[in-house]
Design a protein around this ligand. Structure first.
Ligand SMILES: Cc1ncc(COP(=O)(O)O)c(C=O)c1O
Length: 406
């Protein structure tokens, strides 16, 4: 992978921030966008902006072709068996909420269990908290190992015959843990539960085959994979989606509307009420073309190398505490002595280095780690070892600045 050539495709990276060339290490929050995606959005709005599935006019037909073409690109990208299994949503959060509100509400009752882990993002905790409160089911957590991994024997022990839904992140946005979701799906299925995977941090960085994983539901966001904000995907097995009720009602998703009841369109449109996220989907299609051309395996290898280099260099700094397992995805979450992560991120920002600080939408995990917040540097295909050198230099500056807290 020619990283220099990749970087050329990202206009935003070629700027100075606070008098320094920008080093962007916050791609887990949202990735930057290549010129191919920016131009695709421009082409859409200049050339054929129109509502889809409605008119017979030329612009409407072109917009519909592009929108549905993007769905086919998503289908191929994750190897779903049909475009009927690809529902466009606003992002991972909306996708998980859709499953909780539709499948959860219809299939949970007192005595049933939903099983998750303590490393989940809030968007894979709160929808389940809410739906178990409503249905009388119980929320259970698979325990974690001290290094932030989950053992299959613990999954086996926590998931029981009462479990109806298992929901687990594929890759942790804090620890970088890569969870054994395929094996956990097998356990879930054996005990009669369905498996939802939060793929927000996996789909952008590794090749995903939903059929091989045998996930029943798989959720992800376009903006973390070089696509626009406001678009995401809920993959679901057709047999399950067919039985599920929509959660949003209105235009676009109906077949017949009578005075007192209505019927729904077939999949996937019954889950896409209202004017859909047309520009977002078209932009996501361009992002998928871009990532596919570079190759997800190349991206993953590049990020693994960067993460290993970052851990090696950061560990040379005294008082550095790095969280998460040895085998990690392309991000490093850390604290430096007693410096508050927000202060640390502020000093780094003054050096032109953008990192994240806070609870990363994972407060239960912060409590498990026994910290209130952490800093996080996350990498993507456009980052280099020089970026990490700049991070490490910035951390040294932070140490000098806050010398008295060590
Ligand atoms: C693991 C994980 N799940 C879910 C989400 C939520 O994604 P979105 O805000 O795009 O809905 C994120 C975003 O940071 C995430 O990292």
């Amino acid at each position: 992978m020619d990283v220099k050539a990749v970087r050329e495709q990202f206009p935003i990276l070629h700027q100075e921030v606070n008098g320094h060339p920008l080093v962007y290490l916050d791609s887990s929050a949202t990735s930057q966008k290549p010129v191919q995606v920016i131009e695709k959005l421009d082409e859409y709005y200049r050339g054929y902006n129109s509502n889809v599935h409605r008119g017979v006019h030329t612009l409407g037909t072109k917009a519909t072709d592009e929108y549905e073409g993007a769905r086919e690109k998503v289908r191929r990208f994750i190897n779903a068996s049909s475009t009927q299994e690809v529902i466009f949503t606003r992002g991972t959060t909306t996708a998980i909420n859709t499953v909780a509100a539709s499948y959860g509400r219809a299939n949970l009752s007192e005595g049933d269990e939903v099983v998750i882990t303590q490393m989940e993002h809030h968007s894979n905790i709160i929808p389940w908290q809410q739906i178990v409160k409503e249905t009388g089911a119980e929320l259970k957590y698979i325990p974690m190992q001290p290094d932030g991994t989950v053992r299959l024997e613990d999954a086996e022990a926590t998931i029981t015959e009462k479990t109806k839904i298992v929901a687990m992140m594929h890759v942790s946005n804090v620890l970088g843990t890569i969870n054994p979701v395929k094996e956990v799906a097998e356990i879930a299925h054996r005990k009669g539960a369905v498996m939802l995977v939060d793929g927000a941090q996996s789909v952008p960085h590794m090749s995903i085959d939903v059929q091989d994983l045998d996930a029943d539901f798989y959720a992800f966001s376009g903006h973390k994979m070089c696509g626009p904000t406001g678009i995401g995907v809920l993959y679901g097995k057709k047999a399950l989606l067919n039985k599920m009720e929509p959660v949003e009602f209105g235009g676009e998703m109906i077949d017949f509307v009578n005075l007192y009841d209505s019927t729904w369109k077939e999949l996937p449109w019954k889950f896409e009420g209202g004017t859909p996220i047309i520009a977002g989907a078209v932009g996501l299609g361009a992002a998928i073309d871009f990532l596919t051309d570079i190759g997800l395996d190349n991206i993953r290898k590049h990020e693994e190398k960067l993460a290993a280099y970052a851990v090696q260099e950061m560990n040379k700094i005294d008082d550095m505490k790095i969280f998460g397992p040895e085998h990690r995805a392309g991000l490093v979450t850390f604290n430096l002595g007693d410096v508050h992560p927000h202060d640390l991120a502020t000093v780094l920002d003054a050096e032109g280095v953008a990192v994240r600080a806070g609870h990363h939408c994972a407060q239960p995990l912060m409590r498990w780690l026994n910290v209130s917040a952490t800093a996080r540097a996350s990498f993507y295909l456009y980052n280099t070892e020089e970026d990490i050198d700049r991070l490490v230099a910035g951390l040294q500056t932070t140490k000098e600045y806050f010398g008295d807290v060590f």
